[in-house]
Design a protein around this ligand. Structure first.
Ligand SMILES: [Zn+2]
Length: 120
């Protein structure tokens, strides 16, 4: 009983830590980024001989197999990268919360609705 209570506290604490570290809900984008070398077409440009200009693209796929690609302006690359990272971070946190709640249920440590708890 004692160790159950400790386990429950530990799992609840992990949930709180996860919740506190979530990225802002408004700062997410489901996509992946990739880079491609682009030739600009100007005969005088250095890219006509050697490597093209590195250009970042954002790619999103939709149900049914449709994929959309958008070029990302250089000055927005780090911001867009962050949005994309936030998205997977959020899903990872969601999976972990889900797993913790499943453990709590399996160990019969899940409490009834915390909103009904007036003891705090
Ligand atoms: Zn060029």
């Amino acid at each position: 009983m004692e160790s159950n209570e400790r386990k429950r506290k530990e799992l609840e604490d992990r949930k709180q830590t996860l919740a506190a570290s979530l990225p802002p809900f408004t700062e997410m984008m489901r996509a992946s980024l990739f880079e491609r070398q682009i030739k600009c077409g100007k005969a005088s440009c250095r890219c006509a001989q050697g490597k093209g200009h590195p250009t970042t693209y954002l790619s999103v796929s939709f149900k049914g197999g449709k994929t959309v690609q958008i070029t990302v302006p250089k000055k927005l690359v780090s911001r867009v990268r962050k949005l994309v990272e936030n998205y997977s971070e959020f899903w990872s946190a969601l999976e972990q919360i889900s797993e913790i709640n499943r453990q709590l249920l399996r160990m019969r440590l899940l409490e009834s609705d915390p909103n009904e708890d007036h003891s705090r």
